[in-house]
Design a protein around this ligand. Structure first.
Ligand code: TXA
Ligand code: MG
Length: 335
């Protein structure tokens, strides 16, 4: 059910129900992180493996200390102070020690916990009114494309789910995730709008790339997964996706495979490609990365609904969101 009633949504969260709500990145599927049975509903609803921890959302930076154990004058405390001006915003910080009030299921049994203060008026009002730590993964079925409109959420979960409608999200890709630790460098676990360089500058030291972003694996010993969220297949439409290095190779593939029905996803207008069995979607006329990010998931979902044989995507050009865009597209293309 689509709604704009923030008060009702907050009551539902407080009584242990699952509610979908908009953030500036993608829609989230929220529940009370202190309530184990509410969190179990999230995993069930999404079909999410139990070893993939959730991000905790709160409306203000000052509340973080209620959900995370921070020691005075520790390195983690220092790094947190250096990063906190990036909140509210599309950044998740993984802290080494969750507070006991956050149930174990929310972090898949890890002691570490990801926290984010989203920058969306509806999310902030909802979080403030609820006054609880709200665990919220992206509001899509596990491995499917994230939702950037309330309708996307409803397409995934149907009428029974309570969905706060906040229109189209502005960023369009999930938050950047940085992990901070008492010993050892900060690690970028997921690329997003806030870039590695920006984090390194804020911290005054180099942020390393985590394993899935091409960094060295193996520092994470305390959990069953190398690093959670490492599942390669993610953000994937049902239709097969193929990635092309440039427009020329995409154009010749279309010419040679004209019998196949194809969706063509391009990052800029430039030279057009035509195929008689092709549906063309341009994410941004000018190739603006922010516009591409905002439109990517809606375009993927729309093409996926057309029963095509294949979705062809060209590699984005270099630009501010290259790492974030290529990460999502490579995983969409993963079999
Ligand atoms: O933009 C976003 O971050 C959205 C909105 C709703 O806030 N949420 C989101 O959640 O993308 P989700 O669950 O789809 O992705 C969270 C990622 C997963 O890859 C998970 O493994 C990782 O964050 N994560 C969560 N807690 C972690 C932890 N303690 N250590 C390492 N990774 C963690
Ligand atoms: Mg997700």
């Amino acid at each position: 059910m689509l709604s704009t009633d923030i008060h009702l949504a907050s009551e539902k969260l407080r009584s242990g129900e699952v509610v979908a709500f908009p953030t500036e990145t993608v829609y989230g599927l929220g529940a009370d992180a202190t309530n184990e049975s509410a969190i179990a509903k999230i995993y069930r609803t999404k079909g999410r493996p139990g070893n993939n921890p959730l991000i905790i959302h709160t409306d203000c930076v000052d509340s973080v200390a209620r959900y995370v154990t921070l020691r005075e004058r520790s390195r983690v405390m220092g790094q947190f102070l250096r990063l906190q001006h990036l909140w509210p915003g599309p950044l998740t910080i993984v802290f080494p020690d969750k507070h006991d009030s956050i149930c174990d299921l929310a972090t898949s049994g890890l002691t570490s916990v990801g926290v984010r203060v989203p920058n969306h008026p509806i999310a902030r009002e909802l979080l403030a009114a609820t006054d609880l730590p709200i665990a919220a993964p992206s509001a899509n079925r596990s491995t499917y494309v994230s939702a950037t409109t309330a309708q996307h959420v409803s397409d995934c979960f149907g009428q029974d789910l309570f969905i706060l409608d906040g229109g189209q999200t502005s960023v369009g890709l999930e938050s950047t995730i940085v992990k901070i630790e008492e010993n050892g460098p900060a690690q970028l676990l997921r690329a997003g709008l806030i870039r590695q360089e920006e984090l390194s500058e804020a911290l005054g030291e180099l942020v390393e790339l985590g394993p899935k972003l091409g960094g060295a694996p193996g520092r994470e010993k305390d959990c069953a997964m190398l690093s959670p969220g490492q599942f390669r297949k993610h953000y994937s439409p049902k239709t097969p996706v193929r990635l092309f290095n440039d427009r020329g190779s995409l154009a010749s593939f279309i010419e040679q495979n004209s019998k196949q029905s194809t969706g063509l996803l391009l990052f800029s207008k430039e030279t057009a490609i035509h195929g008689k069995n092709s549906v063309l979607r341009t994410l941004s006329e000018s190739g603006d990365h922010h516009e591409c990010a905002q439109n990517l998931y809606a375009a993927l979902r729309e093409l996926d609904n057309r029963q095509l044989d294949l979705i062809c995507i060209e590699r984005p050009k270099n630009g501010p969101l290259y790492e974030a865009l290529i990460d999502r597209i490579e995983r969409a293309a993963e079999k």
